[in-house]
Write a protein that binds this ligand. Structure first.
Ligand SMILES: *[C@@H]1O[C@H](CO)[C@@H](O)[C@H](O)[C@H]1NC(C)=O
Length: 339
């Protein structure tokens, strides 16, 4: 039923120009399921996407099954919570990085190990073969514009071809842990002057009662409570989209429009990263860098920060980030006071 109605919608929408006709349900017909396997020796020719879906049901590992249920949970949550299904436009794909050599699409979410993923993708997409060790790439180079191609740069048919044939993955993190990580990184470190000037000064001007002239000028002492007031103020997003460091993962990556094949979690970073690299067939060539120093359990970091937030604002913030909790199966934090 659902498939038929989707097909009808697809046909109706097909009459408009400049849209990307891409639906998850297409995937199954596009893939030569199992056929590669039957030919035995062609294993290395399989794309990561084929590797993921062509596995024999008999040898499904617990890890494989876990990723399958994550994927299904996301699809179910999308069906349940998104009302209007719109069509993808190239602008939605600015965060989706393309690896044509291996057939990978990675949507990056800042504060979710994205620097290391970009480093790994720089190694994977390096045609010279000189880049081998992700950690030798400085962070600023990993983020330098133009070093990696994003899906938004291609024409609609080129986008469609990649969406259909490539393994699409993203990494997500508990939304409030990510938010606190963004706050700490951008507002409590003295070196982040660009963020202080651009956002800090504005946050203090609008959300601090009787600010000092120095604070207004420098914008370098934004409290977490002020940051939260800035986020939940409807005027903030009316003015411009959130900065990507605190924009919601679903807004950056559109998981209900792009059928991601693998949803990786920061909380299981190494296991999930290794899974993706194995599907890509590059587990012998490149390994995911371990997070130097920051592997300390950040599990309770958010709880401390939320102590300074009133229940009213906790509720507003939870409403704002609620979709990321739902879609990626994060439970409501126990410390939250939802009135
Ligand atoms: C969703 O989260 C619950 C609670 O943490 C967990 O038990 C369950 O396995 C998760 N489901 C999926 C599909 O990841």
């Amino acid at each position: 039923m659902r498939r038929v109605s989707r097909l009808i919608i697809a046909m109706c929408l097909g009459s408009f120009v400049m849209i990307i006709i891409y639906f998850q349900s297409n995937l199954k017909t596009v893939l030569p399921q199992g056929s590669e396997r039957a030919r035995g020796s062609r294993k290395s020719v399989r794309s990561p996407l084929q590797t993921l879906y062509a596995t024999d049901p008999m040898d499904l590992s617990p890890l494989h099954l876990m990723h399958q249920s994550r994927r299904e949970l996301l699809q179910d949550a999308c069906r349940e919570h998104t009302h209007k299904r719109r069509v993808l436009i190239p602008d939605d794909l600015k965060h989706v990085i393309v690896d044509d050599l291996h057939g990978l699409l990675y949507c990056y979410v800042p504060k979710v190990a994205c620097t290391n993923w970009k480093r790994v993708l720089l190694v994977l997409t390096d045609e010279s073969g000189n880049l081998r060790d992700p950690l030798q790439i400085p962070a600023n180079e990993a983020h330098a514009p133009g070093r990696l191609r994003t899906l938004s740069e291609y024409s609609a048919p080129e986008i469609n071809r990649r969406l259909r044939g490539y393994l699409k993955f993203l990494f997500v993190r508990e939304p409030f842990e990510r938010l606190v990580s963004a706050y700490r990184n951008k507002f409590t470190r003295s070196y982040n002057t660009a963020f202080h000037r651009r956002y800090g000064t504005r946050i203090i001007a609008r959300h601090r009662h009787e600010p000092s002239p120095e604070a207004l000028e420098r914008g370098d002492d934004v409290s977490f409570a002020e940051f939260v007031r800035y986020l939940v103020d409807p005027g903030t997003r009316r003015e411009e989209p959130f900065n990507e460091h605190w924009e919601r993962a679903h807004t950056l990556c559109h998981p209900c429009l792009i059928g991601y094949d693998v949803v990786g979690k920061y909380e299981k970073l190494h296991e999930d990263a290794a899974y993706v690299l194995k599907l890509a067939g590059v587990d012998g060539e490149v390994s995911f860098p371990s997070l130097a120093g920051s592997t300390r359990t950040t599990g309770d970091m958010a709880a401390d920060f939320f102590k300074s937030i009133s229940p009213e604002y906790q509720k507003k913030l939870y409403d704002l980030y609620g979709m990321d909790f739902l879609l990626f199966n994060y439970s409501t934090p126990a410390y939250l006071q939802l009135t």
